[in-house]
Ligand binder design. Structure first.
Ligand code: MRU
Length: 343
């Protein structure tokens, strides 16, 4: 994939988003200029992935400001609009953190708001690059089978899910760039297929060898010894290391623990939410049951079946071998995360 791929890009008057619901068959960009459309785009996963929705929310503050000027909003209406962007999805803390950071500059006007949003975007890409190097260094030091590594990942954590480059997929890209990657097992990631549609698409662009496998295949692939390490992203990490990520992640972590291979989480320090004590306190988004009862818009389950569709699950911190951040790798399998090293 060209490194300059940007899931989120400010055009000067609006926010250009690659419509991730259409990939890999169509690459289309939508330009968002109002708050309702932005909130809808975040909720429909036109833009998705914790850091990418953080960046979209950051620029969303500028969209709200411009819409307010066009439509002559009062202060209260602007605050309410910014609040709606902030709450568009509940699990990823990045959205709230980024919106709050940029909204703090609202009194200084549009230029300041745009400057802050651009800083959010720039810092994310820089952080991802650093994370990629730290994660690859750690894996090559700790896992040394004497041949290139076989890595399993879940969901999509690449350039599409961030402001650029990627978190867990950034580590994978770095291993590939160093010639130390044999193959990636990309879990398809039911029900919305971020793995088979988006991760596989990014891996194809990068020329990275990979298999797409059903989520249900992951544990067996790991227990058969076909994987050297798993690396995933995160939407929110509690103070005790409990990690919310795409539903299906905890099964991967359990299999890694049983197989005795590393299970790494790669995420910027802004994903760590020290105010959230444990995973029990993380709000897990429940999505429309139609997403699990249908396939490609066609009903597959019996008409009377109900669907249970949590978008995320929580992996207990004790199952996380290491947390790869832009500051380095923290090996924390038990207890509190070291807050002073994270904020
Ligand atoms: O529902 P999604 O596609 O937004 O879920 C995305 C994930 O769970 C990612 O793993 C996480 O946001 C990290 S993206 C770098």
């Amino acid at each position: 994939m060209p490194q300059e791929l940007r899931a989120v890009e400010w055009t000067g008057s609006g926010l250009a988003l690659i419509d991730q619901t259409l990939l890999p068959h169509r690459t289309e960009t939508v330009v968002v200029r109002d708050v309702d459309t932005l909130v809808g785009a975040i909720q429909r996963l036109v833009v998705r992935g914790a850091p990418a929705i953080g960046a979209a929310g950051a620029y969303g503050v500028a969209i709200a400001l411009l819409q307010g000027e066009r439509e002559d909003w009062k202060q209260g209406r602007l605050r309410e609009a910014v609040g709606r962007i902030r709450q568009a999805r509940p699990t990823a803390v990045n959205l709230m953190v980024c919106v709050d950071r940029v909204a703090a500059r609202l009194p200084e006007g549009l230029d300041a708001v745009l400057e802050e949003a651009a800083a959010v975007q720039r810092e994310d890409v820089e952080g991802n690059r650093a994370m990629g190097a730290f994660g690859a260094d750690w894996l090559l030091e700790k896992v040394s089978p004497g041949r290139p590594l076989r890595i399993l990942t879940h969901c999509n954590t690449g350039a599409l899910a961030t402001a650029g480059w990627g978190t867990a997929l950034g580590v994978i890209r770095e291993l590939h760039a160093r010639g130390r990657l044999e193959v990636v097992y990309a879990d398809e990631t039911r029900p919305l297929l971020q793995g088979s549609r988006l991760t596989a698409w990014e891996l194809v662009q990068e020329g990275i060898p990979h298999y797409v496998q059903a989520d249900g295949a992951a544990a067996g692939t790991i227990l058969r010894g076909e994987v050297d390490a798993a690396i995933v992203g995160a939407d929110r990490i509690a103070a005790n290391g409990d990690t919310a990520n795409k539903v299906g992640t905890v099964g991967v972590a359990l299999a890694c623990a049983d197989a005795g291979i590393p299970f790494l989480v790669a995420a910027p320090t802004t994903t760590v939410d020290l105010a959230t004590k444990t995973g029990d306190d993380i709000h897990i988004e429940l999505r429309d049951e139609a997403e699990v009862l249908e396939w490609a818009g066609v009903r597959t389950a019996p008409a009377s079946s109900r669907g249970h569709n949590p978008a995320f699950d929580v992996t207990p911190g004790r199952l996380v071998t290491g947390l790869v951040t832009e500051r380095g790798v923290l090996e924390v399998s038990a207890g509190e995360l070291p807050g002073d090293r994270l904020q």
